[in-house]
Design a protein around this ligand. Structure first.
Ligand code: NAD
Length: 432
């Protein structure tokens, strides 16, 4: 099949490359000349494990093509996927300007029959509006069906998630579109869920909101564990052993971040408000998440008697989660800003996100080339993102270089007893 993707971000570029690798001819439309020229040479605009190789291989094989011109991509394609960003507006609702612009540009380039699919996360009713835009701007004689196929990939494991999703949701009322999408997804494992447009649109928000709810719940249990003298890790492990619940996303930490959870929780609150429902549960999830990052800052401040002036704090991990360079809504941003306000000197290290971090973190922060260099002379180390390489650190070596061996383990990646035996003062989340 020949297919097209509008947008070459984490969703667009990964899915496009995977479908190209499966033997399809894939066009990708962008709007920045420099990025498109780089992509044509196989140079990717962000870090995702395995993606650079995948893009290069498929560009060289002539299956993956990039363009600034919608006509190049839309005319030869059977299916066109909209994968543009849907960031939050001030009030929390999704900003759909990019989606509607993409729809208008697709419409103007339509020839023959096409299936236009939205992969971007959009509120119920958006795909119907896309249909209206396509009808308004399409040339005479062109026809289309619309579908909503929300994306569930996770940054850091996006290629594998695309090839082996838990489910492929296909929202459409067109049998022809459903058949074509089924054909395209044949090599992809995972159960297919057929439904109408609004159901598919809501599935994505419901899914991300429930995952966020689990995280905030785990963080409140951690907070309570500290107060009652329980070990949150054991509590959550035992709770998660219940097959009805499961352990995934029941982990205490510094709160969730990234480009999806914070925005999708707020967007679902806003969707509910639009329909007259006050989604108190999700408003609390969002509130708890903010408080969780603040609690981590307060834990650090409390250790230093609320005086962080000239304290040197090494922050390990900046991206919102491991295996990505994505800094969008990363808890590290809030935590570092607060620590700086309290007078701390920050030395930060992240295996891949430092370039992106430099653009969003306050001036005056130093960046180190590795964890040991960051910790040298530090009054404390704070682990904010659980990169694998931090789990394997030689903690004795880390301690030797520090001014005082104090460890704030924001992701509970270390065994408290072992760390304490090395002479550290140790603070986890929800455990002693
Ligand atoms: P992103 O910001 O990484 O990429 C968006 C891309 O769209 C960029 O390449 C941008 O240049 C391009 N773009 C915007 N308007 C355009 C236009 N009019 N024409 C052509 N290109 C245009 O965003 P992302 O992380 O890939 O997310 C895209 C959508 O998918 C969002 O709705 C997001 O909520 C959803 N989603 C994201 C993830 C994730 O893990 N990142 C997972 C599932 C779903």
């Amino acid at each position: 099949m020949t297919i097209a993707f509008i947008g070459h971000g984490y969703v667009g570029l990964v899915t496009a490359s995977v479908f190209a690798d499966l033997g399809n001819t894939v066009w990708v439309v962008g709007r920045t000349r420099e990025k498109i020229e780089n992509l044509k040479k196989g140079v990717t605009p962000f870090f995702e494990p395995g993606l650079a190789e995948l893009v290069k291989r498929n560009v060289e094989a002539g299956r993956l093509k990039f363009t600034l011109d919608y006509k190049d991509a839309v005319a030869p394609s059977d299916i066109i996927f909209i994968c543009v960003g849907t960031p939050p507006k001030e009030g929390g609702e999704a900003d759909l300007i990019n989606v509607f612009m993409a729809a208008e540009n697709i419409a103007k380039a339509l020839v023959g029959y096409k299936v236009v699919v939205t992969k971007s996360t959009v509120p119920p009713g958006t795909n119907k509006k896309i249909g209206e835009i396509l009808n308004k701007f399409k040339p005479y004689g062109a026809s289309f069906s619309i579908a909503s196929v929300p994306e569930f990939l996770r940054e850091g494991s996006a290629i594998d998630d695309t090839l082996h999703p838990d489910r492929v949701v296909v929202g459409t009322t067109s049998d022809r579109a459903a058949e074509m999408l089924l054909e395209l997804h044949k090599p992809i494992n995972g159960k297919t869920v057929f439904c109408n447009l609004e159901t598919a649109e809501l599935i994505k928000y419901a899914s991300n909101s429930l995952l966020s709810t689990k995280i905030s719940f785990a963080n409140v249990i951690a907070l309570l564990s500290e107060k009652v003298g329980a070990d949150a890790e054991r509590v959550l492990e035992a709770v998660g052993l219940d097959k009805r619940l499961g352990r995934s996303f029941l982990y205490a930490g510094v709160g969730y971040g990234g480009s999806c959870f914070p925005k999708d929780v707020k967007a679902l609150v806003s969707i509910a408000r639009h329909y007259g429902y006050n989604f108190k549960l999700l408003r609390a999830v969002d509130e708890i998440n903010k408080q969780t990052a603040q609690n981590f800052v307060e834990k650090i401040a409390h250790h230093f008697n609320n005086n962080l002036k000239d304290k040197r704090i090494a922050v390990l991990g900046l991206s919102f989660k491991p295996n990505t360079d994505d800094m969008r809504e990363a808890p590290s941003i809030y935590i570092i800003n607060q620590l700086v306000k309290l007078g701390a000197n920050i030395v930060a290290y992240d295996p891949v996100a430092m370039e992106n971090a430099k653009r969003v973190l306050p001036a005056g922060i130093s960046f180190a080339r590795d964890a040991y260099t960051a910790a040298r002379g530090a009054d404390a180390v704070a682990v904010v993102t659980e990169w694998n390489e931090f789990q394997q650190l030689d903690l004795a070596r880390l301690a030797r270089g520090m001014s005082t061996p104090v460890l704030f383990d924001g992701r509970n990646i270390y065994e408290p007893a072992k760390v304490k035996a090395l002479g550290f003062t140790y603070y986890g989340v929800g455990r002693m």
